[in-house]
Design a binder for this molecule. Structure first.
Ligand code: ADP
Length: 168
């Protein structure tokens, strides 16, 4: 059995923001490896901007400097994905009290589904408290500058799609 501490960071990452990057890098303070799981589901009606493969690719490019971070897509139950990855720890970011109720419910349910499953909540840097992928999508699609909010691989794609307004 591996002695490595493996954490799973699940989410939609549509696209990854500096808030996500902050949480993932912080996880490396207590995990040896972090597996970023990009969740997709045929039954999930949430509208996406990027295809799942491209979300994974943007995460890989963002962490090109960090071999301890991997990105993969997954479908189905998070606990099954975590088990398959050899991880008994989920890391989630908490931005506001409003995130708490849902996150707490998910954490308890995931542990109910698989008893060893623990969830760790991390607070982001204050600078990222108000950041969300949905706001980034909205601002970029309206021609706003999202360069302070996303890593370079995301900015490149948003600029290609929506024009220079995303970066100038
Ligand atoms: P989901 O659709 O599951 O909420 P997201 O991709 O939006 O997935 O987020 C994945 C994780 O990153 C969640 O734990 C979320 O709370 C966290 N997160 C998102 N944005 C930020 C941010 N700006 N600061 C800290 N954590 C964040």
């Amino acid at each position: 059995m591996s002695e490595q501490r493996i954490a799973v960071c699940p989410g939609s990452f549509d696209p990854i923001t500096l808030g996500h990057e902050d949480i993932i890098r912080r996880s490396l303070r207590f995990a040896d490896r972090v597996i970023v799981g990009v969740a997709y589901s045929a039954t999930h009606v949430k509208q996406g901007m990027f295809e799942v493969d491209e979300r994974v690719q943007m995460i890989r490019e963002t962490f090109a400097d960090e071999p301890a971070v991997e990105a993969v897509s997954f479908q189905g139950l998070l606990v099954e994905f975590a088990k398959a990855q050899g991880a008994a720890m989920i890391v989630r970011g908490l931005r506001a009290v409003s995130d708490f109720e849902y996150e707490f419910q998910m954490a308890l349910m995931n542990r109910r589904l698989w008893e060893p499953m623990e969830t760790v909540f991390l607070a982001p840097d204050l600078e990222h408290l108000y950041l969300s992928s949905s706001l980034v999508r909205q601002i970029a699609s309206l021609g706003g500058d999202v360069s302070p909010f996303v890593p370079p691989p995301v900015l490149q794609r948003l600029t290609a799609r929506f024009g220079g307004g995303a970066s100038s």
